[in-house]
Design a binder for this molecule. Structure first.
Ligand code: LP5
Ligand code: MN
Length: 245
């Protein structure tokens, strides 16, 4: 039985080709998985579960629920764009929301799962922003605002974020080696699987003499009207990447 890992799909109404790749994946390769882990940024942004009547959210929830009906257990870990996804969506999509990080068994070695943004500790402006918006009291206050007002605020933040990113050195927006080492040490040197950085790669990290694998998931892309994605597949005791069209 396979176990699948995906992240950074960034689904949005104005990128239908990405939703098409996702739906083909759910109807095809995902059927071979006993478990699917979605490690954040499934959506370009999520303004709150009261946006569930939005056609994209409704459709994604229904498609995920249909996969769950086939016997696949679907897990979702929040990303920096969809951490407001809550229990209403989870119920509709028949998925389980995971805390970050989560340690799972994967063959002989454990695997530690996270979105990846918490490891980008050199990005001080982002970490300050993250600390604010991940605060439960801040979230409650934000969610108490009308949906339309929230969407306006999010549009402003997205613009500011793009502006800020264009002035940041690429290295700042990657994971910090010490943050990775500290995390791996804390969890007794597992494999690490994360997304967020959009730098898909396999790394080997030496932490106190323990060589740990770090698997960075690929972001899904829309190019020239077509879409492409990738799934990291655990099968027959090994991890491999499968391209999706
Ligand atoms: O997502 P990505 O990879 O493009 O960029 C991230 C960091 N940016 C973000 C912002 C999101 O992309 C957009 C917001 C999504 C919606 C969230 C839902 C609801 C939240 C409501 C918020 C009010 O996460 C980017 C990193 C990059 O990853 C690489 O790691 O660099 O971080 C930034 O660019 C942040 C800026 O440096 C600082 C913050 C600017 C926004 C300030 C707005 C003030 C409004 C105050 C409200 C609390
Ligand atoms: Mn992200």
């Amino acid at each position: 039985m396979q176990i699948h890992f995906i992240s950074d799909l960034h689904l949005s109404a104005d990128r239908p080709a990405l939703s098409a790749v996702f739906e083909r994946y759910l109807d095809g390769p995902a059927r071979a998985a006993a478990r699917l882990y979605i490690l954040g940024d499934l959506f370009e942004y999520w303004a709150g579960d009261d946006d569930l009547d939005d056609p994209l959210g409704t459709r994604v929830a229904a498609r995920l629920a249909a996969l769950a009906d086939t016997g696949c257990t679907v897990f979702f870990m929040p990303g920096n764009r969809d951490f407001l996804l809550g229990t209403d969506f989870a119920r509709r999509a028949r998925l389980e929301i995971l805390a970050e990080p989560t340690l799972i068994a994967l063959g002989e070695h454990a695997a530690l799962l996270c979105h990846g943004d918490s490891l980008c500790t050199d990005d001080l402006a982002y970490q300050a922003f993250r600390q604010q918006v991940r605060n439960p009291a801040w979230q409650a206050q934000f969610l108490a605002q009308p949906l339309a007002a929230r969407k306006e605020i999010i549009a402003g933040v997205r613009m500011k974020s793009e502006e800020a990113k264009s002035g940041k050195a690429a290295a700042i927006m990657d994971v910090n080696a010490d943050a990775v080492a500290t995390l791996l040490r804390t969890y007794a040197f597992p494999r690490l699987i994360h997304g967020h950085t959009h730098r898909p790669a396999e790394h080997r990290v030496d932490v106190d003499g323990h060589v740990c694998e770090r698997h960075v998931l690929a972001d899904w892309r829309e190019e020239n009207g077509g879409g492409s994605g990738e799934v990291l597949v655990w099968a027959d005791g090994a991890l491999s990447r499968q391209p999706l069209k």
